[in-house]
Design a protein around this ligand. Structure first.
Ligand SMILES: Nc1ncnc2c1ncn2[C@@H]1O[C@H](COP(=O)(O)OP(=O)(O)OP(=O)(O)O)[C@@H](O)[C@H]1O
Ligand SMILES: [Mg+2]
Length: 294
């Protein structure tokens, strides 16, 4: 658990609660999202995440940082209910949204609560136009303000209206990401789960996309849980950050705290002491000496 292995700063992982100003609430009810010691197993035997505990306080942006295969997508799947294939299941722990227990619930049940996933891959229907991608989203009747959401999409991503008749398959990576965010917005999210927004995107576009996510958070009060390999991006946008390694949370803290952390600098930011390139053996040695390792 994060608290045991290396929480930086306040023990109650809630510097996110105290630092940022309160955000306005959307029409839906935004509550805290919490994972308590969640375990996900693939094919009944392979444990992909092990006792992952993390909290997304209502209205906050929380990031999970991790390398390839760390378990980031699996963590979001445990929340969203999209656990693919045979024998993939939450086999331990609980996922709570406010007082609602979402553990092992089906994707449509989770989405009905306003907990909405922007997936890592297959974000849009490539053979449909931009307009039809947006039209096919089942807009909820019980929360949000559809007209205001359409206006926000126009404001955030004007390129989508310019390209509305174009097939989504011909959009650039960044435009596709924008369309995916727009589709998620139409579901009037209370919590946005964003899987690797930086994937395949040019740095300039990524900055715009991160700004859009921040604006969604500020204007609509939606919480955001984003998982990222791009540490710089995650640290730029989040109120609070967790580090995931081989299926476990090994560290958490504010972006300022993590930016100062030597292991984060070495392994995620590449901004260490500048002593030049390391050999494989050096890295292997260093890994053993990682401060968060037991
Ligand atoms: N469908 C699956 N069947 C079996 N094992 C899987 C499956 N999907 C993921 N895994 C395993 O679970 C672990 C976590 O994978 P996951 O996709 O969650 O990592 P990730 O942090 O999202 O990685 P990436 O940065 O590459 O997207 C990995 O060891 C992976 O091999
Ligand atoms: Mg992934």
């Amino acid at each position: 658990m994060a608290a045991e292995l290396g929480t930086i700063g306040a023990p109650e992982a809630t510097s996110a609660t105290s630092s940022a100003p309160p955000a306005p609430r959307p029409a839906g009810q935004v509550a805290d999202l919490e994972l308590r010691r969640v375990v996900v197993t693939y094919n009944r035997v392979a444990v992909a995440i092990q006792e992952v505990s993390l909290r997304v306080p209502a209205g906050r942006v929380v990031a999970v940082l991790g390398a390839n295969g760390a378990g980031k997508t699996t963590t979001l799947r445990a929340v969203s209910g999209f656990l693919p294939g045979d024998g993939a299941a939450v086999t331990g722990g609980t996922v709570l949204y406010g007082h609602a227990d979402l553990t092992g619930r089906k994707p449509h049940v989770v989405a009905r609560r306003g907990v909405v996933l922007i997936p890592e891959r297959h974000k849009v229907f490539a053979t449909l136009s931009v307009e039809d991608n947006l039209r096919c989203v089942p807009v909820p009747k019980d929360r949000g303000d559809h007209a205001a959401t359409l206006a926000l999409i126009d404001e955030l991503f004007p390129v989508l209206s310019k390209r509305r008749r174009q097939l989504a398959g011909y959009l650039s990576g960044g435009e596709r990401q924008m369309l995916a965010i727009a589709k998620a917005l139409l579901l009037e999210p209370n919590v946005l789960l964003a899987d690797e927004l930086s994937l395949g995107i040019a740095p300039a576009l990524l900055t715009r996309i991160l700004e859009a996510v921040r604006q969604i958070n500020a204007q609509r009060g939606a919480s955001v849980l984003l998982v990222e390999q791009n540490a710089a991006a995650a640290l730029e946008i989040a109120d609070h950050v967790y580090v995931l390694e081989t299926g476990r949370v090994v560290l958490d803290g504010t972006p300022a705290e993590l930016t100062e952390h030597a292991d984060v600098q070495n392994f995620y930011l590449g901004t260490s002491d500048g002593s030049g390139e390391r050999s494989y053996a050096d890295v292997k040695q260093y890994r053993k000496a990682r401060r968060w390792a037991r």
